[in-house]
Design a protein around this ligand. Structure first.
Ligand code: HEM
Length: 192
């Protein structure tokens, strides 16, 4: 399905929007509930937003520009996004250990662990099969299509997981809207 047509200028603007969103919305999510401030836990939402929204969202837009160097930038940015998300996963694991709490007890946690596990697959497939220099089957149209759609579903799932996570921290509709409405607008532009 062809997504909305976006001009080159708009793609650059979208990358800028992702960078601004990452820091503002990432910080807001990280400091919920209101008044809690920044603490060790805060690195979990912040790094998840940084990795799955800021870096992978920008990487998806950059890939839409096409060409050799944009494809390489896409691969590097997505991979760094995944590494960032794994550090975010370690933070929440460590935070729960320190507090003596059980692991994977909520819908958010279950969605999160499934999503981050699935996110490894397009990263590996991209590096092994589709890398523009040494991908072993880089022109295979089927692999390209599967990689694209699988990764888009994983990113969408991560964004929904972020909203579920935030809902565990606050029920303030203003905060939830500031976070979720821009994501709902960015989703079709980025993931279709
Ligand atoms: C705005 C972004 C996010 C917020 C505010 C957030 C918030 C939270 C909170 C409050 C917890 C502790 C309660 C619980 O166990 O459910 C948690 C745990 C967890 N989160 Fe997130 N999260 C965010 C993003 C993500 C993303 C994108 C993923 C993965 C794709 C993720 C994966 C997990 C996992 C696996 C746990 C459970 C860890 C454990 O039980 O040891 N989170 N998150």
């Amino acid at each position: 399905m062809p997504g909305p047509t976006i001009s080159e200028e708009r793609k650059n603007t979208l990358v800028l929007v992702f960078s601004i969103f990452t820091f503002l919305a990432g910080y807001i999510a990280a400091t919920q509930p209101s008044g809690a401030g920044w603490r060790f836990f805060s690195w979990h939402p912040f790094l998840m937003v940084f990795g799955f929204i800021g870096m992978m969202g920008s990487a998806a837009i950059i890939k839409k520009k096409g060409g050799y160097s944009n494809t390489k930038t896409h691969g590097i940015l997505s991979s760094l996004g995944l590494v960032t998300a794994f550090v975010g996963l370690w933070v929440i694991y460590e935070n729960k250990e320190r507090m003596g709490k059980e692991h994977i007890t909520t819908t958010h946690a279950l969605c999160g662990i499934i999503t981050i596990s699935l996110a490894v697959m397009p990263a590996l497939a991209g590096a092994i099969f589709l890398h523009p220099d040494f991908g072993i089957d880089k022109t295979n149209q089927l692999y390209r299509k599967v990689h694209k759609w699988f990764a888009r579903i994983v990113i969408a799932s991560a964004w929904i997981t972020c909203v579920f996570g935030l809902m565990q921290l606050t029920s303030d509709m203003k905060i939830l809207s500031i976070f979720a409405v821009p994501l709902a607008i960015l989703a079709p532009l980025t993931l279709l």
